[in-house]
Design a protein. Structure first.
Lengths: 198, 198, 198, 198
DNA sequence: GATGAATGAGTGTTCATTCAT
DNA sequence: GATGAATGAACACTCATTCAT
């Protein structure tokens, strides 16, 4: 017997597949239901509405990343290595679950304007950048990073990671065998350490 | 005819306002027409369809940036300064035209999957990263930047710039007086030069 | 079996509560089940379908009134007093069971068009006006009432009673302390006896 | 060319036909559109939503009756004759426009609970009983009617009229040639004058 | 070229009913 | 008999696009 959480998981995965292909707006509840091999009505036994599915997708990923960030934050390694671990995690995720990451990159934008109380997953997800900043601040505080505006630097790093993931996904979609991820973490780590000047 | 281009311009500006407020999907042709003080039908005298308006918005911005990039590319200044000029241009644009930049940041994502031939504006816009890469490559070639993977570095830089602009827009929308742009170009320039290590 | 009838009664009462609050169309089987502290499926062990519940509600009330009318019909009192007793009964019911009467007043209308054979309760209920007519006819026949069109007069009286009950319910819902029922039976009795002319 | 008000009128009449046959809930916007020989979307160019159509139907009828009541109120005839004129008007309407009156009788009930601000037509309609009361009060004040509770009497009379109209409509639907309306106004007038006692 | 009423395919959501456990 | 998850037909409403004026 399929228990409740398993069915919700089936729908979540079906939604990821459909939304990543068609975008949130192009993904109809009918198509998601079809992909999940479930009746449309069933979706509504597990989710309040279509947005709630998207929100749940973000919620799940948010939790994964939050755990990872917290663990990294507390580790006793150099800050640059902490950032390096985070980069590797992100780049690993995008190659393991490109559909999912596509959603996170593309659909999250739609909700920056949106302050509805009930979309906690999506809004929490944005909060992840805050943890990123914390790690940068920690590095400045303990002298491992030089003085800088942690807001700007953390934001820039986060954007750099997202852009590389996006580039990977675009190349993937174009049928190009992309190897941008292979060196990305190391290149950025080196960049962090030395800058670009020859 | 001058008149014709003026009306198209009125519609383009109205569309920017509405789309930036409501997103492309939330922006109805009725609302755009209302904002432009024009009948819906009139829009279709100037644009093939709704997407064509968005495409045109990107087209116009693409051309502006292309010109700027080309001019910079040919200037006889240090590569880091070239990148610095580009950063300043981008940060200046977002504070001058936040509505427009919001569209560029948020709506472009939606079309990464989309290979329709007719959306030249949006697809060309993505091509801008190519010019960015060219400048990085130029820097490596002339020895002003050290050896690195120009694809990764250019992509990362572009992402960094976008993330900072996004952060600025989010703070703006939240009613926060953001000053993230003030230091951003300098911070990143410094980062480019030296890295983060203390 | 006693148990069976008790459960059916629980569902009937729950349905009365929900339908009176939300109307028949607004009342979902889920809500009725919840109110009855029973699973949806259970309802269908006692009722063929949702309409059948409404029908049963009418059936039960029909029987009560039928018994009362028959008893009154056979009593050896003046016809005007018979009508007076009926008025008092109706006005007493609406103050004792406003939820129930609300359903009878509001939902019965919806089924006047509807000739489905299986809704005996609702259709029988309408038949009550026939008994009302019988009492008027009886009064004419035995000379206690003057010659008149019993159809018209009985229908008019029935309508008058319903309108007063409706007015009471509306005032009740508006939070107004209504006392329209206090005098209603007497006023109408007097009206029956004397008319309105001064 | 069909002007705006004519098209709205076409939709209103189509809606009356469909709603009177199927009830408000059974009347789909598709069916109304079909009856009006118009696209569904067109309905929404003239009405905010489905309820708004019903509301407009009530609004139109409300205005007609309001005018009539006001005119009657100011006439210099005996109060019983005023009431008689009103009865005749109502009975005349039901035989001229049975579909319309069916809606007024059956669907109005659904909104007694409902206090949404925007359904002015339906709520105003209920206010008509107030004018009815005014005429009764006027009669009491000028000594043409005896002392009585005008609320109760007006409500009762209104209910009587509605019940007779309903009876007429039911007989009509059953294919019975009803003549209940022929005598109804006179019978009630006589009732008003003399009561029922022989 | 300008207008804006008309169009109707398309979609999120609801909910009575079923049936395997 | 009791349960409640699954079902999917049905429906109100939207909105890009067209076209007669």
């Amino acid at each position: 017997m399929v228990i409740r959480e398993q069915k919700k998981e089936i729908i979540r995965k079906a939604a990821i597949e459909i939304i990543s292909q068609l975008g949130f707006h192009g993904a109809t509840t009918d198509k998601i239901a079809q992909q999940a091999k479930v009746a449309v009505g069933t979706i509504y036994n597990y989710f309040k509405n279509k947005e709630d599915i998207l929100d749940y997708i973000f919620e799940v990923e948010y939790k994964k990343r939050l755990d990872f960030y917290k663990k990294i934050y507390d580790q006793d390694i150099h800050t640059v290595d902490k950032l390096y671990e985070i980069l590797k995690m992100h780049f690993s995720e995008v190659s393991k679950q490109p559909s999912l990451i596509k959603i996170i990159l593309y659909e999250r934008k739609l909700y920056n304007n949106n302050n509805k109380e009930d979309k906690t997953g999506i809004h929490k997800f944005r909060g992840l950048t805050g943890f990123f900043k914390d790690i940068v601040k920690q590095g400045i505080d303990n002298g491992q990073l030089k003085e800088c505006n942690s807001d700007i630097i953390a934001t820039a790093l986060f954007g750099a990671v997202e852009a590389i993931m996006e580039e990977y996904l675009i190349e993937l979609d174009s049928g190009i065998h992309s190897n941008i991820l292979d060196d990305a973490a190391l290149q950025i780590k080196d960049f962090l350490l030395e800058g670009l000047r020859s």
